[in-house]
Ligand binder design. Structure first.
Ligand SMILES: [Mg+2]
Length: 210
C-alpha cells in the first residue's frame, strides 16, 4: 500500500507560489506583505494548522490596508490552478503504482476545497483509491492505515511529518522526496530516513522492495 503526499511530492508547489507571487506583485502588493500574508494564510496565527486558500490570503491583505479588485485578483489566481504543475515524472510514477495493483491513498494537508481544486485540475484523482485531507498530524492517519501484514510506503517531502510518522509507526517504509527549499542534505542524512531527488529514483527503490 502507498500513501502519497501532494504538494512538493507530486506537484511543483514552488512553481505555483512563484506564479502567485507575480499576480500579487502585479497588483502592487509589496513582496514582504505577500510573503507574510502567504505564511499567515497557510498556518494561521498559531502556526500548526495548514489551511491555505487564495481568499484567506486576500482577506489578510485587505485587513492590513490594501485595496484592490478582490474578484479580479481571485480570478487570476484561480486560473493558475488550471496550469499543469505536476513534476515531469509524476504520471510515470503513478502509472507504476497503478501497475503494481496496490492500494494508493493521497494524503494532503491543507484546506480540503482548495486542495481538491488543485488535485482535480491536474487530473490525477483516478490514480487513488481515496483522497484524505488533514490540517495537521498526518501520522495519525498513516497509523490508521497500517497493518503489520501489508508493507506501507509513505512518500512525502516534509521531513518533520516523516519523522513523526516514523516515530508513530516504525514499520512504515517512509521515503523522503527531497525538498530543496526546506531541507539541507545534512538534515536529510541526520533523519535516518532514505531520501531521493525525484520520483524516478523513488520508483527504482520501490521496485526493488515489492
Ligand atoms: Mg508536501
Amino acid at each position: 500500500m502507498f500513501i502519497l503526499d501532494f504538494d512538493h511530492t507530486l506537484y511543483d508547489t514552488h512553481l505555483l507560489s512563484k506564479s502567485m507571487k507575480s499576480v500579487f506583485l502585479s497588483y502592487d502588493i509589496l513582496l514582504d506583505d505577500f510573503e507574510k500574508s502567504y505564511k499567515l494564510a497557510i498556518y494561521g496565527e498559531n502556526g500548526n494548522y495548514v489551511n491555505y486558500t487564495f481568499e484567506r490570503q486576500l482577506k489578510i491583505l485587505k485587513k492590513i490596508g490594501y485595496s484592490f479588485d478582490y474578484n479580479g485578483v481571485l480570478d487570476k489566481l484561480d486560473a493558475l490552478l488550471e496550469e499543469n504543475r505536476l513534476f515531469d515524472d509524476t504520471i510515470d510514477f503513478l502509472e507504476f503504482i497503478k501497475n503494481l495493483g496496490l492500494k494508493n491513498i493521497l494524503l494532503t494537508a491543507g484546506n480540503d476545497k482548495f486542495q481538491k481544486k488543485k488535485i482535480e485540475a491536474v487530473g490525477i484523482s483516478d490514480y487513488f483509491d481515496d483522497i484524505k485531507f488533514v490540517h495537521n498530524g498526518k501520522e495519525k492517519l498513516v497509523k490508521s492505515f497500517f497493518s503489520p501484514q501489508n508493507k506501507l510506503f509513505f512518500i512525502n517531502d516534509n521531513l518533520q511529518e516523516n519523522l513523526a510518522v516514523k516515530n508513530t509507526v516504525a514499520e512504515v517504509e517512509v521515503l523522503t522526496k527531497k525538498n530543496q527549499y526546506k531541507n539541507t542534505e545534512e538534515e536529510l542524512i541526520k533523519s535516518g530516513i532514505p531520501f531521493f531527488n525525484n520520483l524516478t529514483d523513488i520508483k527504482k527503490y520501490v521496485a526493488g522492495q515489492v
